[in-house]
Design a protein around this ligand. Structure first.
Ligand code: CMP
Length: 664
C-alpha cells in the first residue's frame, strides 16, 4: 500500500481501488460505509517515523489531523498521569481536537521504531466523516474505559467549526472534568454563556463527585505543570490551565450563586484559591470579563454608578438575592415548628428548616424514652418519621401536623379540629375583588415562589435530597405545596358556599380567574384552579354548573382539554411550546417528567457516570431556566385585601375540606 500513490492527488483509479480494499482490513475504518471508505482512500496521506520516542504531537497543541495506526504502536501520555494507554495497529487517535475544536487532550509518542500512519487532515476529516452516524469514541486508561463520547449533531455545538461535536455519553467523574477543562474556551468573544455540558456537570456533580473530590481535582489541575518543552511553552501551559480552572469555577459560582456559600467544603477551597487568583491580574481580569455582562452597576446615592473597579476580588461579587418580598429559604434558616403532644397542647420552637427528626426529638423530649415523631393528615392517616429523616418542616403535606408521643400512644392520636379546614368560606371577601385582581395576586406571589427556588433544587428533589450532602429543596417544596393550596382553596370555597346562586357566581369567577391566569402565562396556578374545579366534590354540583352561561362553560371545556393527559399530555405540551418567557410552567408535570427519566435510566453504565441521563435531567432543568430567563413585571392591582388573602396566611384560608377531599 505504501508504494501506491503516495501523494493523494496523483493516485490513479487503480491505486484508489487497492487502498480502498486495504482499508477494509483496518479496524478503525471497519465500521465506515463503502462511500466513506472510498472518499478516505482519495485523501489519506502516508506518514512514517523511524525512531521510537518521536513525539507525533503534544497535549495542548492545536489539532490538525486524524491518524490511523497502519503499523507499530504509540503511547498516549497526559499531564499529571503519564502513560495512560497504548494504541496498536488498526486503532485511531486525534479525532477529539478536530471535532471539538479543542487542544490535543494527550501527547502521542512512538512506542517502537518504524511506525506507519494513515493521516487524514482536518478539513477532509470533517468533510468526509461529518455524516457518519453512531461514531463512538471510547478512551481508555490502564485498560479501563474512562470516557465514552459520541458524535452528535446540532444545537449544542458550542462554536465548533462544523456542525457536529463529540458529546460525553459516560465517563469517570475525573475524566469528564478533564474533558470539560480541555474544551473550555478562553477566547469567548463576548459570548460567556456557560457550555451546556459544563452546566449539566456542575448541576449534578454531587451525585457522582462530592464537592471535596471536585475541589481536589480542580486544585490538582490548577497546579499542574508541563515537564517537557521550552520555558515559554511551560509558562503558557501553566497559565492556560489556570485560566481554564478559574473560568470553570467562575461558572460554578454563576450557576449556584449564593447557594454555593452553604457548601463549606467548596467555600474552603474557593477561599484558598481566591488568594492565589487575586494576585494574578491575568486571572482576575479574565474573571471580570466573564462576569461583566451580568454585573448590574450599582447606583450610588449621588446618582453615579459604582463600577467597582478597585473592589477586592471576590468570587461572589456579582451574585444577588432575588429581588422581591420573599427571600429564598436557606438550610440554616430557622422556622417555627409546632409540635403537638398527646394532650394536644402545642410546643412551639424555632429550629433550622432542614432539621432532622433526631434534632426535633431532642428539642422536644428527654432522651431515653420510647418517643416517636408522627405526622398526621386531616383524615387521621399517621406516618411515623424515621430518626435519620431530615427537613421535617418542608416535607409536611398540606394540613398535616406533627405529634410527639410514646409509641403506644400513636394509635390513639386523632386529627386536630383546625386540620378539618374552615367552616365558613370567604365569599364576602371574594365578592369584593375582581377576577383579574385575584389572578394577579396569585401570579405575583407565584413568581416570588418560583424565583426563590434554585434550579439545582430540582435535581436534589428528583434524585433524593439525602443523596446530596447538605442539600435543601425547601424552596421547590414550598412552590409545589402552593399548587395544592390553590387547588384545595378553590374546592373549599365552592363547597362552603351554601347559597346556590352565589355558588354559581363563585364558580363563574373561578373560571374567569383560570382564564386570566392562563393569559398571564401562569400555568401552574391555572392548572391548580382547573384541578380544583374538576375535583369530584365540585364536579358533582350539577345545579351549580347548570347556571353557568354556555359561553363560559365552553371556555371551561376548552381548558379541560388542555388538562387531558393522553399522549403524554400532548395538548399541554403543544400549548406551552408556543409560549415565550417569562412564564410559569405546570410544575407537577415537569417533576413527573424528571422522575420518569430518573427511574428509567441507571446512574451508572459499566461503572461510568451515565452522562446521557445527566443531560436528559438537565434538559428539563433548562426549561425552568428558560421560563425565568426574562424578568416578570408584576401587575399591581388593588393591594391590601388581596395581600391579606393570599400572602400572609395562605394555609389559614386556603385549606382542605376534609370530608369532601382529603389531602393528597
Ligand atoms: P486528541 O485530543 O485530538 O489528541 C490526543 C488523542 O489521544 C485524543 O484525541 C484521543 O484520540 C487519544 N486518546 C486515547 N486515549 C486517551 C485518553 N485516555 N485521554 C486522552 N486522549 C486519549
Amino acid at each position: 500500500m505504501k508504494k501506491r500513490g503516495h501523494i493523494p492527488s496523483q493516485r490513479s483509479a487503480e491505486d484508489l481501488e487497492v487502498i480502498y480494499e486495504e482499508l477494509l482490513h483496518v479496524k478503525a475504518a471497519a465500521h465506515l460505509s463503502t462511500s466513506v471508505r472510498k472518499e478516505l482512500a482519495a485523501v489519506l496521506v502516508f506518514e512514517s517515523h523511524a525512531k521510537a520516542g518521536t513525539v507525533l504531537f503534544s497535549q495542548g497543541d492545536k489539532g490538525t489531523s486524524w491518524y490511523i495506526i497502519w503499523k507499530g504502536s504509540v503511547n498516549v501520555i497526559t499531564h499529571g498521569k503519564g502513560l495512560v494507554t497504548t494504541l496498536h495497529e488498526g486503532e485511531d487517535f486525534g479525532q477529539l481536537a478536530l471535532l471539538n475544536d479543542a487542544p490535543r487532550a494527550a501527547t502521542i509518542i512512538l512506542r517502537e521504531d518504524n511506525c506507519h500512519f494513515l493521516r487524514v487532515d482536518k478539513h477532509d476529516f470533517i468533510r468526509i466523516l461529518k455524516d457518519v452516524e453512531a461514531n463512538t469514541v471510547r478512551l481508555e486508561e490502564h485498560g479501563k474505559s474512562v470516557l465514552v463520547l459520541e458524535r452528535s449533531e446540532g444545537e449544542e455545538t458550542g462554536g465548533a467549526a462544523n456542525n457536529s461535536k463529540y458529546t460525553v455519553m459516560s465517563g469517570t467523574p475525573e475524566k469528564i472534568l478533564e474533558h470539560l477543562l480541555d474544551t473550555v474556551k478562553l477566547d469567548s468573544n463576548g459570548n460567556d454563556a456557560i457550555d451546556p455540558c459544563v452546566s449539566d456537570f456542575l448541576l449534578t456533580h454531587k451525585l457522582f463527585m462530592p464537592s471535596s473530590q471536585l475541589c481536589r481535582a480542580l486544585q490538582h489541575h490548577y497546579n499542574s505543570k508541563l515537564f517537557e518543552g521550552s520555558d515559554q511553552e511551560k509558562a503558557n501551559y501553566v497559565l492556560t490551565t489556570k485560566q481554564k480552572v478559574v473560568k470553570l469555577i467562575g461558572q460554578w459560582v454563576t450557576l449556584y450563586g449564593l447557594l454555593l456559600k452553604e457548601d463549606s467544603i467548596a467555600m474552603d477551597s474557593l477561599e484558598r484559591l481566591k488568594k492565589e487568583v487575586a494576585v494574578d491580574y491575568r486571572l482576575t481580569s479574565m474573571l471580570k470579563d466573564q462576569f461583566r455582562d451580568r454585573r448590574r452597576p450599582k447606583v450610588l446615592e449621588n446618582g453615579y454608578q459604582s463600577l467597582s473597579r478597585n473592589q477586592q476580588f471576590d468570587w461572589f461579587s456579582n451574585c444577588e438575592e432575588p429581588v422581591g418580598r420573599l427571600q429564598p429559604i436557606r438550610a440554616q434558616d430557622k422556622v417555627l415548628y409546632e409540635i403537638y403532644r398527646p394532650d394536644y397542647r402545642p410546643l412551639t420552637l424555632m429550629l433550622p428548616v432542614s432539621a432532622s427528626v433526631q434534632e426535633v426529638m431532642s428539642a422536644t423530649v428527654q432522651p431515653g424514652g420510647d418517643h416517636v415523631l408522627v405526622k398526621m393528615n386531616s383524615s387521621g392517616e399517621r406516618a411515623q418519621l424515621k430518626l435519620d429523616a431530615s427537613a421535617v418542616f418542608t416535607a409536611m403535606g398540606l394540613n398535616e401536623r406533627l405529634f410527639v408521643c410514646s409509641s403506644s400512644q400513636v394509635d390513639q392520636l386523632t386529627p386536630l379540629k383546625e386540620q378539618q379546614g374552615p367552616e365558613q368560606g370567604t365569599l364576602d371577601v371574594l365578592e369584593q375583588m375582581g377576577s383579574k385582581d385575584i389572578a394577579s395576586e396569585l401570579t405575583n406571589y407565584d413568581w416570588e415562589l418560583f424565583t426563590a427556588m434554585h434550579e439545582v433544587e430540582l435535581v436534589y428533589y428528583i434524585f433524593g435530597r439525602h443523596k446530596f450532602h447538605g442539600a435543601i429543596t425547601a424552596n421547590l417544596e414550598r412552590f409545589v405545596r402552593r399548587f395544592n393550596e390553590v387547588q384545595y382553596w378553590v374546592v373549599t370555597e365552592l363547597c362552603l358556599c351554601e347559597d346556590l346562586m352565589k355558588r354559581a357566581m363563585l364558580l363563574k369567577k373561578f373560571i374567569k380567574i383560570a382564564a386570566v391566569l392562563k393569559e398571564q402565562k401562569n400555568l401552574n396556578s391555572f392548572f391548580a384552579v382547573m384541578f380544583g374545579l374538576s375535583n369530584s366534590a365540585v364536579h358533582r354540583l350539577y345545579k351549580t354548573w347548570e347556571r353557568i352561561p354556555s359561553k363560559i362553560k365552553r371556555i371551561y371545556c376548552a381548558y379541560e382539554r388542555l388538562m387531558d393527559p393522553s399522549r403524554n399530555h400532548r395538548a399541554y405540551r403543544l400549548a406551552v411550546a408556543k409560549l415565550s418567557p417569562p412564564y410559569i410552567p405546570f410544575m407537577p408535570l415537569l417533576l413527573k417528567d424528571m422522575t420518569f427519566i430518573n427511574e428509567g435510566n441507571p446512574n451508572y453504565v459499566d461503572k461510568l457516570v451515565n452522562f446521557e441521563k445527566v443531560r436528559m435531567i438537565a434538559k428539563t432543568v433548562k426549561i425552568v431556566r428558560g421560563c425565568r430567563s426574562q424578568p416578570y413585571v408584576p401587575s399591581s392591582p388593588q393591594r391590601g385585601l388581596a395581600d391579606r388573602m393570599f400572602l400572609e396566611g395562605p394555609s389559614n384560608r386556603i385549606s382542605t375540606c376534609k370530608k369532601l377531599h382529603p389531602p393528597t
